[in-house]
Design a protein. Structure first.
Lengths: 209, 312
């Protein structure tokens, strides 16, 4: 991906990816050192610059690195996929390359463990299912209960690692004394507020200038 | 009568129904369907045509169903929610009905991670309960999911697909207490008949049937008990260890392991199960899923005293 780049800027992001130890200042340093070593071993001449800004999803923070970005042939962004794309928009004509495989937006379950919680479907159903999302937590996004593959609390898709979302919902609703709510038939979902409706945009008219 | 299918007539007449399963080929080989159909003709009331089961690509269930009809079988077309959205499914339901198919089984579908295209994208636009509801409103309210009437134009006649609607139930999945709730939801959605996951743990099945009777669900829907005859101890172990949502008590494995003729013993055990199932209140028939063993179905049905099949 970066083999032919003469001058590379590795750009970290100071917010979410820093917290989850994937793309902050520290990771930028590690990646830069690793890349320098690899390049030396393979006789590749490449100048590598490093920097990290507060956020790559807000235009104003890019000002701090504008000179370095202009100087670089390409920017390897360690932000999520949003930052990579937004950087490319802020600096028109500059190549922004992804340094991470952005997987999901989740919670920090315990030290070193992150898991997905929200799929951003734009049509929240958490009120109906005891605060647990079947869209995200069930492998098949089922809305009317578990499929036949729920066994001992685990999902058939990966019984070692994936909990059955519906077992969690069932247990929570039982504890809340709301099990009867799960007997109601849930109609087909309106997916138009999700990715299926096309790229989404939120406009706060009161803030737009 | 809702759909006038043979299966509906048998069940409505109070006859003990027998259905079987025909897995379409992993190729375009018509002869595979014809051969399997030949084994089943006259032995059962209807035959399920599976829909890319375990997410392995096979001939489509509607196409294989059309071939099976040509051979004189009545198909139960299985439709899963894994590969098609509400547009494609409703379109296929119209097509299946136009080809003369009258039974459809609504399934969620095995996840693609089990199959031979593990990197594919799944759909799950709706779930099996919503699919039942969709077929019911197409048939009874004569409208599509969006509310449009099922007619080709303002002056064209309404021609709705009149389908006998089936679904699955798995008494062996967890959480156990939710299993009967899920059946109740399917009944609410308008399902006509249920075929269960294959039963080995008879005690758990009987416990589930007790809950079904407590809610009176056996009077709302026809329940067919699923059975898969075991061919060997190896298969029994495989079913116990590798098939999600299935329990096989150890005595099955021991008994078939000890037998000299394993296949004959597997069939004997299946026939014994049928006898026991017939005594359970609320069971309306059996669904024989003889996996790649279609040629032994006749023997099982005959041994169980269920031949000849009634004509109603």
């Amino acid at each position: 991906m970066v083999r032919d780049v003469k001058k590379l800027l590795i750009l970290g992001c100071g917010t979410c990816v820093t917290v989850c130890m994937a793309g902050g200042e520290k990771e930028v340093g590690i990646l830069a050192s690793t890349l320098r070593l690899t390049n030396r071993r393979n006789n590749i001449s490449m100048e590598i610059m490093e920097d990290t800004i507060e956020r790559q999803c807000d235009r104003e923070f890019f000002d701090a690195v504008a000179d370095k970005v202009r100087e670089a042939d390409a920017v390897l962004s360690l932000a999520c996929g949003v930052g990579v794309q937004f950087g490319g928009e802020v600096f028109e004509g500059k190549r922004f390359l992804p340094g991470l495989n952005t997987s999901f937006y989740g919670a920090n379950e315990s030290v070193g463990v992150w898991s997905e919680r929200c799929a951003g479907c734009g049509n929240c159903v958490l009120d109906k299912f005891g605060g647990l999302c079947p869209i995200t937590r069930c492998s098949k996004s089922l809305l009317n209960g578990p499929c036949g593959g729920s066994q001992n609390g685990m999902c058939e898709v990966d019984p070692e690692n994936i909990e059955c979302g519906w077992q969690l919902i069932y247990d929570r609703m039982k504890a809340l004394g709301l099990l009867h709510k799960l007997e109601e038939n849930e109609p087909v979902k309106d997916w138009s507020t999700s990715r299926d409706g096309g790229p989404r945009k939120i406009i706060r008219e009161d803030m737009v200038q | 009568m809702k759909a006038e299918s043979n299966l509906e007539r048998i069940l409505e007449a109070g006859e003990f129904a027998v259905t079987a399963e025909l897995g379409p080929p992993k190729s375009a080989d018509v002869q595979v369907v014809e051969k399997k159909a030949g084994f089943l003709k006259g032995m059962v009331d209807a035959v399920n045509i599976t829909d890319n089961q375990t997410a392995i690509v096979r001939m489509s269930s509607i196409a294989a169903g059309a071939l099976a009809m040509r051979e004189g079988l009545e198909p139960v077309i299985q439709i899963t929610c894994r590969d098609r959205n509400r547009i494609a499914i409703q379109s296929d339901v119209l097509g299946a009905y136009a080809l003369g198919m009258r039974n459809i089984l609504c399934l969620t579908g095995d996840h693609q991670s089990f199959g031979n295209h593990q990197t594919s994208k799944n759909v799950y636009d709706m779930d099996s309960v919503q699919l039942i509801q969709t077929l019911r409103s197409m048939r009874d309210d004569k409208v599509f999911l969006c509310g449009d009437e099922i007619r080709n134009g303002k002056k064209a006649p309404i021609v709705e697909p009149r389908i006998y609607i089936g679904a699955a139930a798995n008494p062996f999945g967890d959480p156990f207490e939710f299993r009967v709730i899920r059946l109740a939801k399917k009944a609410n959605a308008g399902v006509d008949f249920i075929q269960t996951q294959c039963i080995y743990d008879m005690e758990r099945f009987e416990k589930w049937m007790e809950q079904v009777r407590e809610r009176g669900l056996h009077k709302k829907v026809k329940i067919l008990a699923g059975l898969t005859p075991l061919k060997s101890a190896g298969m029994a172990r495989y079913m116990r260890d590798s098939v999600a949502g299935l329990t096989v008590p150890d005595w099955y494995i021991e008994r078939i392991g000890k037998a000299e003729d394993k296949a004959a013993e597997g069939i004997r055990m299946c026939v014994e199960q049928i006898e026991r199932i017939r005594s359970i209140e609320g069971v309306a028939g059996i669904h024989l899923m003889a996996i790649e063993w279609e040629h032994r179905v006749a023997e099982i049905v005959k041994e169980a005293g269920l031949l000849p099949r009634p004509v109603v």
